[in-house]
Design a protein around this ligand. Structure first.
Ligand code: GLN
Length: 453
């Protein structure tokens, strides 16, 4: 895999940092244990992985795709990082991402975009484009991403890979640089549903260091993926979300989605239409709640604690802070800080942030009502296939629309997977099928995803 990275990553740019020595040491340690006759540490011992550069790695640079963290070397491992190491997973390096995970195309990385391995002139999705591209380019068989509004599922869809947003609280956020804390969720990326499930069981589980971590066992996702592989979905009720179609959806995405629904029916699933009327308000609500939380979380980058520091000798602390944030943050980060600060300001709080929180409750109620009738919900993962690099950089609203189908799950805190649904008959690019499950019932979507794949 290191050789493959040297061959193709100049063109793909999935990695911000390749940790050749660390990876070889970890692989040799696993080899030595096996040679000594020890039991493998886990099913994934010795398997290489690309880690999104939003997780801290002790002694290895962590930038979050931002200049403001350039040169920062964390003194500790995120819980996800620690669990990977303990399982003997070989961390190849840190995967490229939109700055602080803000974006849908990986064009907001301060270190240059990642390219879609299917077509180097197109985006690999975002914000975890590096993680997904590393899989599609066969640089790594596994990756870990984070999904605040779709950043695992959307890149999976447009690169023809598998991406999972676990139930909120299912994977620890300790050592995950905070973007929007009530939405952020780490999760597995892989080329098959079973691989994703194996990784999910390695990184998931309760963590006393994360106050929102769920104190319960990881749902039995590996067993569910194995069960699904028999291709029998008799007795499973699948709801098709009626709101996720129509204007803004490419015909090639919709025809792939309709074919996917017929496949599920052919595997024995009972398919019904389900209306979730508040989902159409999820995107505007998300783009108020997310910047509000981000503006607060990013206050810690004050030029004193981490990385970059810009300022003349003799400048005041405030001048240094201001000059550092001006130089260190990109345009999208500044946009979110301004939007969030505005939405939270006195006089506007009720009209924007408060209103968005009410919509969030309504979205959760739509899910609750739907899951009384069906076991899982399905939709396209994204309204379009991978768009050309540059097409939406000057149009934030168009960029935000890439998250249309993914944000309701983050607002409600339940789980979803994106699985490859073949190629669009319009442009020959990958399309993703999204399968959504209730909170703490992640195994359902693994079963359906594995049966479908
Ligand atoms: N595209 C969304 C955003 O920019 C989602 C990001 C994410 O999931 N990290 O907020």
């Amino acid at each position: 895999h290191l050789n493959r990275i040297s061959e193709v990553d100049g063109a793909v740019h999935a990695f911000l940092h390749v940790d050749t020595e660390g990876a070889l040491d970890a692989a040799r340690a696993v080899d030595a244990e096996l040679a000594a006759g020890k039991q493998p540490r886990s099913a994934l011992a010795g398997v290489p992985l690309a880690l999104k550069d939003v997780f801290t790695t002790n002694g290895v640079p962590t930038t979050c795709g931002s200049r403001i963290l350039d040169g920062w070397i964390p003194p500790y491992d995120a819980t996800v990082t620690r669990k990977l190491r303990e399982a003997g997973v070989v961390i190849l390096g840190k995967a490229n991402m939109d700055e602080f995970a803000m974006g849908s195309s990986t064009e907001n990385s301060a270190f240059g975009p990642t390219r879609n391995p299917w077509d180097h002139d197109r985006i690999p999705g975002g914000s975890g484009g590096g993680s997904a591209a590393s899989l599609a380019a066969f640089e790594a068989p596994l990756a870990v991403g984070t999904d605040t509004g779709g950043s695992i599922r959307q890149p999976a869809a447009v690169t023809g890979t598998v991406g999972v947003k676990p139930t909120y609280g299912g994977v620890s956020r300790y050592g995950l640089v905070a973007f929007s804390s009530s939405l952020d969720q780490g999760g597995p990326c892989a080329r098959t549903v079973l691989d994703a499930a194996l990784l999910h069981e390695v990184i998931g589980g309760h963590d006393p260091l994360d106050s929102t971590s769920i104190d319960a066992a990881v749902p039995p996702v590996v067993a569910a993926a194995r069960q699904g592989a028999d291709g029998d979905l008799r007795g499973v009720r699948v709801g098709v979300v009626t709101e996720f179609a129509g204007e803004g959806y490419q015909p090639g995405v919709l025809s792939s989605f309709h074919a996917a629904v017929e496949t599920l029916r052919g595997l024995g699933a009972e398919v019904v239409e389900v209306s979730c009327p508040n989902f159409e308000h999820a995107l505007p609500a998300y783009y108020l709640i997310n910047p509000s939380e981000a503006s607060s979380n990013l206050a810690r980058f004050d030029a004193m604690r981490y990385g970059l520091r810009v300022g003349e000798n003799g400048a005041s602390a405030e001048e240094v802070m201001s000059a550092t944030r001006e130089a260190g943050f990109g345009a999208e980060v500044k946009r979110r800080i301004m939007l969030g600060t505005f939405a939270l300001s006195s006089g506007y709080y009720d009209a924007y942030y408060g209103q968005a929180q009410k919509v969030r409750t309504l979205v959760s109620r739509d899910f609750a009502a739907a899951f009384e009738r069906v076991d899982v919900l399905v939709s396209p993962t994204t309204p379009t296939t991978a768009f050309p690099i540059g097409e939406r950089v000057d149009d934030p609203m168009a960029m935000y629309r890439a998250d249309l189908c993914t944000v309701p799950v983050n607002l409600a805190g339940n789980a979803a997977i994106s699985v490859p649904s073949g190629l669009s008959d319009e442009d020959g690019l990958p399309v993703g099928l999204q399968v959504m499950a209730p909170a703490m019932a992640d195994e359902r979507m693994y079963r359906v995803g594995a049966a479908f794949e």
